[in-house]
Design a binder for this molecule. Structure first.
Ligand code: BGC
Length: 759
């Protein structure tokens, strides 16, 4: 998290006297410059017992009762003060991630056996001290694989449990509206269907491990803010269109079709028990005070029955937030403190019944998440460091994307005679993003380390690229030159521009370095460690490009195995690589991004006037050429798709045959797109929208049939007139291929009341 320095009431957690109420607070005023001088209480060692042990006489401990009933019974046993105290957290500095701490803590009520609940960040590895640094979520999205998403969450969840946590603040589900977004590495790309499918799997996986998954940041929190100064970039504070105050103006259809479906999938398909509301505003109302989001949509439309937690410091008015549907101000419980809530009750701004309802919803989530029935209180268990490192390596392989491979530059056999030049500042580091997803890795294999181990240290000649002439000399006589470069990205601030050098502070011109090495060696292989898309002006002059994203602690092993051909590249882009920095939906229009000042109001307003056209939807609708399209990724073998069959029932079934036409075993990701009629005359519509994907591993010459189901919802658009999903009359086109720009198989189903002309 970014820690704002605030002058506010501070409540320090205290250990309760034996048998007393477990939550005591001191209130005072202090300047919270969080420098890590204090740590949260260590998890208590001792015998592992469940808060509700078998045979407990407490009525809410009866596992035969529903979570609703159990929550109601416990709530009835709580005093008014205890209910109020369930609305605010008790952890001040845990978000720093020091060993033995938790990102958030909600103290329990010992007399009732309500346990203290611990929360941890985050999407790329837990933050309760050292942990397995997983590949960034953008890499997981690139796998186009639900099982890879589950594998990442299994590592995350197992370690969260081992460190005594109950809630994991993941996955992050905001959409990549602009690739400049500082958290692009932390989210699952630019397509709501892909993100939703993978995130629902992750939620399900985490919750199967006895945890509560908290999906964030609800909603339309798609920018951190641009910095107007280099200092802002350095310390990661974006002041222009800052996430803390920006007002996203977005129409209902765009909200429903683009910015909400990933969240919706985690609730309806994944069963998420917790949601984090965002800092920013949506249509003029702060997300954590937004009744339309938190109640009308989340609870009433989607049937969410969990707890809504405010992002850190994102709760503003107690009455507005509680009435809108906020349950918990976890950090550090200032806004929803006994004092502020008590005052709101006294003045009649909020009713006791609202407080009770919010407390009850949190209790229900804890019961449904198994917090009362899972043994706890034991000393933190160990993490299987080696096994998790292996899994991190495997996940990293799954999501790295081969963008270019000319003259069979890759794979590069370790038997190739000669020296291999490894060049670039990021060769000796595993890039990761800054902020609440930064992890303290348990071990690290850098790209250079991985290549040395695989190809033999004596054959690798290394230059960090600072001296470009030296790097070119090194490359000149080498069998191949591998240039490893990256970008810089962090929560808190957006990237100032899309080039590799943007926002870097080391004065190394990475684009010029690549050009110089490519000039010296025709077998130049570029490995990118980036948060998302970057400009690739040199792409036609290099032999190969492997996008490794922020690859996690075992990234170097994965890079070496893919380069050597020990593993097959199988990742696909979850976002578009534009050909030019001016082409994207928000480029060159400050009213869209980062937003403009509206005079009387605080903050900036970002108007989502591009509507549903984000990512490939925009590039397709505007017929713009791109560097590498959404869904794209090469492998070392070749593929064909044939035999499209469509059964237009409900759900419709789409079948295709996938064939490995090359000479190596490989993995393909066939993708299904729909081209839908506009929901109203004159309404904007994207040419194609992803609605199905799968992964298929086949030996050379082998074929397999793959089937995809398209529900009515998959064929629907949001009808503003009806306020609901509708299949618009006309022709629902279907296309199957290997990227949004490679859709060789075309067909249609025809639904709706009139038309249906698919001719
Ligand atoms: C981030 C959240 C994170 C929290 C705690 C906030 O700044 O937006 O994603 O969970 O900090 O670290």
């Amino acid at each position: 998290m970014r820690v704002p320095v605030v002058l506010s009431p501070v409540r320090w957690p205290r250990r309760p006297a034996a048998g007393a109420r477990s939550r005591r607070r001191l209130t005072g005023f202090g300047l919270l410059a969080l420098v890590g001088i204090a740590t949260a209480p260590l998890p208590q060692a001792g015998a592992a017992t469940a808060p509700c042990p078998a045979g407990s006489a407490r009525p809410w401990c009866d596992p035969a009762r529903s979570p609703d009933e159990r929550a109601g019974l416990l709530l009835a046993a709580m005093t008014k003060q205890e209910r109020i105290e369930l609305l605010g957290g008790d952890e001040l500095v845990g978000a720093i991630g020091l060993p033995g701490t938790h990102t958030g803590t909600l103290r329990g009520v010992s007399r009732l056996g309500l346990p203290t609940v611990h929360l941890t960040d985050g999407p790329a590895g837990i933050r309760s001290g050292r942990a397995t640094a997983l590949p960034a979520p953008v890499l997981v999205a690139s796998s186009f694989s639900r099982s890879t998403a589950a594998a990442a969450s299994t590592v995350l969840g197992t370690e969260a449990v081992a460190r005594g946590n109950d809630v994991v603040l993941a996955p992050s589900l905001n959409m990549v509206r602009t690739p400049l977004g500082g958290r692009t590495f932390e989210v699952l790309g630019e397509d709501p269907y892909l993100a939703g499918q993978l995130a629902a799997t992750q939620v399900h996986t985490l919750q199967s491990l006895g945890l509560i998954a908290n999906v964030k940041h609800f909603a339309v929190n798609n920018q951190e803010g641009a910095s107007t100064t280099p200092l802002g970039n350095l310390v990661a504070i974006g002041d222009l269109g800052s996430r803390f105050s920006v007002d996203a103006r977005v129409d209902e259809r765009t909200l429903r079709e683009i910015y909400l479906p990933a969240f919706e999938a985690t609730i309806k398909e994944g069963g998420a028990l917790s949601v984090m509301c965002a800092y920013s505003r949506v249509n003029g109302v702060y997300a954590c005070e937004n009744r339309h989001l938190l109640t009308d949509i989340l609870r009433d439309d989607w049937g969410f029955q969990g707890t809504v937690i405010a992002d850190y410091g994102a709760a503003y008015s107690p009455a507005r937030a509680l009435k809108a549907g906020l349950n918990l101000d976890i950090w550090p419980g200032i806004l929803l403190s006994p004092t502020t809530v008590g005052w709101s009750l006294l003045t009649g701004a909020v009713r006791q019944s609202t407080v009770d309802q919010r407390a009850r919803e949190t209790l229900r989530a804890l019961f449904a998440g198994g917090v009362f029935d899972r043994p706890r209180g034991a000393a933190p268990t160990g993490i299987d460091v080696g096994a998790h490192d292996d899994r991190a390596a495997r996940i990293a392989e799954d999501g790295m994307v081969l963008l270019r491979n000319e003259r069979a530059a890759l794979p590069l056999s370790p038997d190739t005679p000669g020296t291999i030049a490894v060049i670039g500042p990021e060769a000796s580091m595993n890039k990761g993003g800054g902020g609440s997803s930064a992890t303290a890795a348990l071990r690290t294999t850098t790209p250079l380390g991985g290549l040395r181990a695989r190809f033999g240290a004596s054959r690798i000649a290394y230059s960090n690229g600072r001296d470009r002439a030296r790097a070119a000399r090194l490359a000149k006589g080498a069998a191949a030159a591998i240039v490893i470069v990256g970008d810089r990205a962090s929560e808190g601030v957006d990237k100032p521009c899309l080039g590799l050098n943007c926002g870097q502070f080391d004065q190394i011109d990475r684009d010029a370095l690549i050009e110089a090495v490519a000039e010296a060696n025709p077998r130049t292989i570029v490995v990118l460690q980036t948060a998302g898309p970057v400009l690739t002006p040199w792409r036609e002059r290099v032999a190969a490009i492997l996008e490794a994203w922020y690859p996690g602690q075992a990234g170097g092993r994965a890079i070496a195995r893919l380069i050597a051909g020990d593993a097959e590249p199988r990742g696909h882009l979850p976002l578009t690589f534009p050909a030019s920095a001016a082409d994207g939906p928000t480029d060159g229009d400050a009213s869209r991004y980062p937003g403009v000042s509206t005079g009387s109001r605080i903050g900036h307003t970002a108007t989502y006037s591009e509507g549903v056209l984000i990512g490939y939807r925009w590039y397709d609708a505007k017929q713009l050429s791109v560097a590498y399209p959404f869904g794209f990724g090469l492998s070392y073998t070749s593929w064909a798709l044939s035999n499209l069959r469509i059964d237009a029932g409900s759900p419709a079934t789409v079948r295709v045959t996938v064939t490995n036409t090359g000479s190596r075993t490989g993995t393909a990701a066939p993708q299904v797109y729909v081209g839908l009629p506009a929901p109203a005359p004159g309404a904007t519509q994207a040419p194609w929208q992803l609605r199905g994907f799968d992964r298929v591993t086949l030996q050379p010459g082998a074929s397999r049939d793959v089937a995809f189901q398209l529900t009515d919802r998959d064929l629907s658009s949001w009808s503003t007139a009806a306020g609901d999903w509708r299949i618009a009359p006309g022709c629902q086109r279907i296309a199957v291929g290997f990227s949004s720009r490679d859709l060789p198989l075309r067909g249609a189903v025809s639904r709706g009341t009139v038309g249906g002309d698919c001719g």
